[in-house]
Ligand binder design. Structure first.
Ligand code: COM
Length: 530
């Protein structure tokens, strides 16, 4: 379907995209959406973005903004990739549901909350709420990219890379001076006997394939995805057991998570009723039923002491790894690392001339900021900014449980390894029982602070007392998370950000903790813990 030159509104995109997805699900081959200028087959684009997720969409927007000519091709009928379709957006809906349900459970029968009834919270219903409305995200992606950003695209058709200047779609060759590869990654099931059984899900298949209401859940993993989905599942009233080889939040990439933060998160998961086995090795997924139709009944695992156990369950959630979809570009002979990711330099250049890669195809955190900025970096370099680099080795980070957990910089332990004189500002203060304290009382935790002290959260700031610079900040609670994207810039700016400068910040909330607590110590000659 040719949409070039026609105004396509949001409502119209919803219908077009839903229709495409329905046909595709029914095994038909729906028409792709072509938004190409008339000379598309004759010219050589500055770049073709293979993959229209965050990296491809932001890359093409950046290229277009700088006067370049870009083309985005995606197999799905919408731009934005897995984010609006099956990854970040549903994750945020599930996390918001988890937070709401947590309140409903904790305050059931008090104030305006009805008695808590776990049978009322349906995973399927919340999932369906997202599925029935996700075309809102899809349509704004296409509308914004076409009508506002002026991007050319082909959506709903496969791109076959022929060489480093040529991409084929539906038998037609499109030429470009450069290619930017950004088709992402997919969850990879761990190698456990029985992993293919019905009843084992990941963040993608929970959307497409779950067709029953789970009663008990085993989460395999102890990192971000495991905790985020596990917290949601537990919050619905479905008892959740974590089987994690590493300590919870001790997986690769989470080295900056502070010990006090980790302890609080684990204690709060247990408070909500989850069972946690750290150092656990899953041995087999058990099932019952006739061959081919057997359904999960349990997970056998070996605990940290070497003893074997079985956890009964009808639902297993895999919070384990993902694999880059790099092999569809084998024709290019790109250098890959040991995890199958495309190797790039700080300008997103691959080992093949004129080929760049971005997003989850490359190393580094599988996070939105990295995908978007890597795509933009490739575009800027292509458009002649020869010195532009993107370093994604250091970044603010977060996850949701029923809380927002956010951090930037060093943990206290890391700081003590690097600096001789470390000072810590912490609330609740070290040595004080959280349930006796009731602080921090942040924007969003007032109810907990006043009626359930100890459940409200923890904040922490780590300071090099010699230079007075803040070197790490950490928070579990509510209302603080988004400030970390700016705190990260402040504390990592050249020259750093001192406790005294933080003491000058004008707080908007009385007691989110950071400006106010730093101000109480600002100016103190020999800094002491607070
Ligand atoms: C957001 C997708 S859901 S994108 O990063 O704006 O393309």
């Amino acid at each position: 379907m040719d949409v070039y030159g026609k105004f396509v509104g949001l409502a119209e995109w919803k219908v077009l995209i839903d229709d495409w997805l329905e046909k595709s699900e029914a095994g038909q081959q729906p028409d792709a959406f072509y938004n190409l200028k008339p000379d598309a087959r004759e010219i050589s684009y500055d770049a073709i973005f293979v993959g229209g997720g965050a990296a491809g969409r932001f890359g093409c927007a950046a290229l277009t903004a700088r006067g370049g000519r870009g083309l985005v091709i995606d197999k799905w009928p919408f731009l934005g990739g897995s984010c609006p379709h099956e990854a970040c957006v549903p994750h945020h809906i599930f996390s918001e549901a988890a937070r709401e349900l947590d309140y409903a459970r904790e305050f059931g029968g008090e104030y305006w909350y009805p008695e808590w009834d776990s049978t009322k919270a349906s995973i399927l219903e919340i999932r369906d709420m997202f599925m029935n409305n996700r075309n809102t995200g899809h349509s704004i992606m296409n509308f914004q990219s076409k009508e506002q950003l002026g991007m050319e695209f082909i959506l709903g058709s496969w791109a076959k890379v022929i060489d480093n200047h040529t991409v084929e779609v539906d038998g037609v060759h499109y030429r470009a001076k450069n290619l930017v590869l950004c088709v992402g990654a997919r969850p990879t099931p761990p190698d456990i006997p029985g992993i293919e059984k019905y009843g084992v899900f990941d963040w993608a298949s929970i959307l497409d394939d779950l067709d029953y209401e789970p009663n008990r859940c085993v989460v395999i993993g102890g990192g971000k995805t495991a905790l985020e989905y596990g917290s949601f599942i537990q919050a619905t009233g479905c008892h959740t057991t974590y089987l994690s080889r590493s300590p919870i939040l001790g997986t690769k990439g989470l080295q900056h998570v502070d010990d006090d933060i980790r302890e609080f998160v684990v204690r709060m998961l247990k408070h909500r009723g989850s069972t946690i086995h750290e150092g656990a090795e899953p041995l087999a997924i058990l099932s019952e039923g006739s061959l081919g139709e057997d359904k999960v009944t349990g997970v056998k695992f070996r605990d940290a002491q070497g003893n074997e156990h079985v956890v009964d369950t009808d639902f297993v959630f895999l919070g384990t790894g993902e694999r880059a979809l790099s092999h569809q570009f084998d024709v290019l002979g790109l250098e890959l690392n040991e995890r199958g990711q495309i190797v790039v330099d700080k300008q997103m250049r691959t080992s093949v001339p004129n080929v760049y890669a971005a997003g989850d195809l490359i190393d580094g955190p599988m996070e939105m900021f990295k995908a978007r900025k890597a795509g933009v970096c490739a575009a800027r370099v292509i458009m002649g900014e020869t010195d532009y680099e993107f370093d994604y080795s250091d970044f603010p980070d977060f996850l949701h449980t029923t809380y927002e957990v956010a951090w930037t910089g060093l943990s206290e332990r890391e700081a003590r390894e690097q600096y001789e004189n470390v000072m810590v500002i912490q609330m609740p203060p070290k040595g004080i029982a959280p349930e006796d304290c009731g602080l921090p009382a942040t924007d969003g935790s007032m109810f907990f602070a006043f009626t359930r002290p100890g459940l409200n959260g923890i904040i922490k700031s780590v300071i090099d007392a010699d230079t007075r610079k803040i070197v790490g900040m950490h928070s579990v609670g509510f209302g603080n998370k988004n400030s970390f994207q700016y705190l990260d810039v402040l504390i990592k700016q050249p020259g750093g950000f001192t406790i005294d400068q933080m003491g000058e910040v004008n707080e908007l909330f009385l007691n989110d903790g950071f400006p106010q607590l730093h101000r109480l110590r600002a100016g103190q000659k020999q800094l002491r813990d607070l």
